[in-house]
Design a protein around this ligand. Structure first.
Ligand code: ARG
Length: 466
């Protein structure tokens, strides 16, 4: 295919220019290295535009057919690796249009009537982002399914619940996993919300002011699956909110995945041994034969750096830009593409680890009872049975915990007589709440950790997830 090279005049706007660009101009200007990812969206947009131009009488049906045929051929060339991308032609839009001219001749020149690269590029990027959001949503639903299935399986398995990473109260392993199902549910909501606002078609806003051709923007919007055309042409070509919203949602999601990944790293350490990950999702050490490293989890933990970096980069690029389009906006794509590709990896790796992980019931149960985890149950018993005000019950319990600590024993191992030296009205019945299982089973308030609650929540989600 033709390439203007550094010396040739640009075939798209050569009329105004005496010479081709300096090499450095081409280097800084070309986006084809990364925006070729948009080829399918660009071709879909051009087809919709050509259909509309024919329907409104701006071009003939014969031109439309020639354009369609040429674009189909080009799509095939790109997909089979036969297309030569040219940096001199800057971007995917001009690469395709230039090739179209080679393939079909004159009608190619009519395609760019009533549109500009400014509305074209944002239409393509919106379509790409929309597809990516749909893929992310499916992947997140799968992650939720994996979490809820595992939660159902281990709805009654005790584990320590932490605050400040200190033993707080016993919870169940299922309950802990279901916390992430909720988080991911909100993440999906954020992506869905971004998608809803994204889904307006900028095509036909042209360079910035609209066009004098009798175009039908409803028609192209509908053909491309948009809900409606955007209402203001300046806004249409300068808006990158949709990418920013997507990256913001991606950052929050990545934060959730990072927290979970950190827990996985802790859980499979030799000191915790809460779970085992199989060889499939761990790596060995070249020097320490005993090691089984949770690399996948560590990388998921780290990837938020890239995703949040993309969000920050793009927000910084957009800040302070006057209306309407500016070339700065070409800097939207690499961070966006990188973040979306990163999510695909991190979500899949997390889902893989969830399906793979085997909780170590013995270690979890032991840890669940450690650290006086049922102290709150004791305080609650003093309130419920003896009628103590909670603050007083808290004080009595604190004294009993201190007593147990001094003796190096657990709360449920303190003899009743010794407990009675602190609060004489305590009876044998108190031991019924000091066990981990009892503690867990008593947490039946809505959203609490009682196994039957966890099962209910897991089943509710699994039904919803289909
Ligand atoms: N490659 C450009 C971008 O990504 C396409 C739009 C160029 N528009 C222009 N007026 N130079 O933003």
């Amino acid at each position: 295919m033709s390439d203007t090279g550094n010396s040739g005049k640009n075939t798209m706007w050569g009329g105004r220019f005496a010479a081709g660009p300096a090499a450095i101009m081409e280097d800084i200007n070309a986006s084809i290295g990364f925006d070729q990812k948009l080829y399918a969206q660009d071709i879909a947009g051009s087809k919709a535009h050509a259909d509309m131009l024919a329907a409104t009488g701006v071009i003939t049906d014969a031109d439309r057919d020639a354009i369609h045929g040429g674009l189909d051929q080009i799509k095939g060339e790109i997909e089979h690796g036969h297309f030569t991308f040219s940096r001199a032609l800057e971007d995917i839009h001009m690469n395709i249009e230039s090739r179209l001219r080679e393939v079909i001749g004159e009608p190619a020149g009519r395609l760019h009537t009533g549109r500009s690269r400014n509305d074209q590029v944002t239409t393509d990027t919106k379509l790409y982002t929309r597809d990516a959001i749909d893929g992310i949503d499916r992947a997140l639903a799968d992650l939720q399914r994996a979490l809820a299935e595992k939660a159902l399986e281990h709805a009654a398995l005790p584990m320590p619940g932490f605050t400040h990473l200190q033993s707080a109260q016993p919870v169940t392993f299922g309950h802990h996993l279901m916390a992430y199902v909720e988080m991911i549910g909100r993440d999906r909501g954020r992506f869905a919300d971004a998608r809803k606002r994204l889904n307006e078609s900028p095509l036909g806003a042209a360079a910035l002011a609209g066009t004098s051709f009798p175009i039908d923007r409803e028609m192209t919007a509908q053909a491309l699956g948009f809900d409606r055309p955007t209402a203001n042409s300046l806004d249409s070509v300068s808006d990158r909110d949709y990418a920013l919203e997507t990256l913001a949602a991606a950052s929050i999601l990545s934060m959730h995945l990072s927290r979970f990944a950190e827990e996985i790293v802790i859980w499979c350490s030799a000191q915790f041994q809460f779970i085992t990950l199989s060889d499939a999702l761990t790596t060995g050490s070249s020097i320490m034969p005993q090691k089984k490293n949770p690399d996948a989890a560590e990388l998921v933990r780290a990837k938020i750096g890239r995703v949040l970096g993309a969000f920050t980069a793009m927000l910084t690029v957009m800040k302070g830009l006057p209306m309407a389009y500016a070339k700065d906006m070409q800097e939207d794509k690499e961070p966006l593409f990188d973040a979306l590709a990163t999510l695909e990896l991190t979500i899949a790796a997390t889902t893989g680890m969830v399906r793979d992980m085997v909780p170590n019931a013995k270690a979890l149960k032991k840890a669940a009872g450690a650290g006086y985890a049922t102290a709150t149950d004791l305080a609650d018993w003093l309130v419920r049975v003896l009628g103590l005000p909670f603050r007083e019950a808290h004080h009595v319990t604190g004294t009993l915990v201190g007593m147990a600590a001094k003796r190096g024993t657990d709360l449920h191992r303190l003899p009743l007589a010794d407990m009675q030296t602190v609060e004489p009205r305590i009876t044998e019945d108190v031991f019924s709440v000091l066990s981990v299982d009892k503690s867990i089973r008593s947490r039946t308030s809505y959203g609490g950790t009682a196994p039957k609650n966890v099962r209910q929540q897991a089943r509710r989600w699994l039904k919803k997830l289909g």
